[in-house]
Design a protein around this ligand. Structure first.
Ligand code: DC
Length: 198
């Protein structure tokens, strides 16, 4: 595609397939990709005062090896409920979204708060059981425990006062419960193509 900004905003609950879809879209269209959950995971993992961590976040913080664990996900979900932490991370995300050449951001509030004018908004979801099963395949342990953690994190993310997880009114909803990754990616590519040519 030519130069200019083009933002794809992808939101949805934990383990719905946002990350796989975001990475595949970025590779297909040559867009940059930002996994915004990593920002909150890095803030949680730094420990100490979360606001100090959010304001001082560096590239190196995002490269820590322990950010994908269940514990890091829970810590991220807790610090993500603090309005000042979210505010400290907003400008970085908006600048990333409007970079030349296109960007895909995935998270919880991209289409609603960070990029309400995104050219494409996708809300990627799947049943709790399917999401817990997928996460369990990645992290191991017992499936019931993983399900409980996923449910706990979803309700905290959806019920918080500031920037709760919800689909933007103009988002295209993609329920991946019965889809393979390839099918979900193919659908997402079609949605983006539809906006690129219109
Ligand atoms: O996408 P993830 O599982 O890596 O996100 C970890 C936590 O970070 C998630 O439970 C809620 C929070 N988060 C958020 O509040 N807003 C975002 N844009 C991305 C993540």
């Amino acid at each position: 595609m030519g130069t200019g900004a083009f933002t794809v905003a992808i939101d949805g609950p934990a383990a719905a397939g946002k990350g796989s879809i975001a990475r595949a879209l970025a590779a297909h269209f040559g867009f940059a990709h930002l996994d915004t959950g990593l920002l909150y995971r890095a803030v949680g993992a730094r420990g100490g005062d979360p606001l100090v961590a959010a304001r001082g976040l560096t590239e190196a913080d995002l490269e820590r090896g322990d950010l994908r664990s269940m514990a890091a996900g829970q810590a991220a979900s807790r610090v993500a409920a603090i309005p000042e932490v979210r505010a400290a991370l907003t400008e970085f995300q908006r600048n990333f979204a409007r970079r030349e050449g296109g960007a895909v951001l995935d998270g919880r509030d991209i289409g609603t708060v960070i990029c309400p004018d995104a050219e494409v908004k996708l809300f990627v979801t799947a049943s709790r059981e399917v999401r817990a099963h997928r996460r369990w395949l990645e992290v191991g342990g017992t499936e019931a425990e993983v399900l409980a953690a996923v449910v706990e994190r979803d309700s905290r993310d959806a019920e918080r006062a500031v920037a709760p997880l919800k689909a933007a009114a103009d988002a295209v909803v993609l329920d991946t419960s019965e889809m393979t990754v390839e099918q979900a990616v193919a659908q997402a590519i079609r949605v983006v193509e539809g906006r690129l040519i219109s």
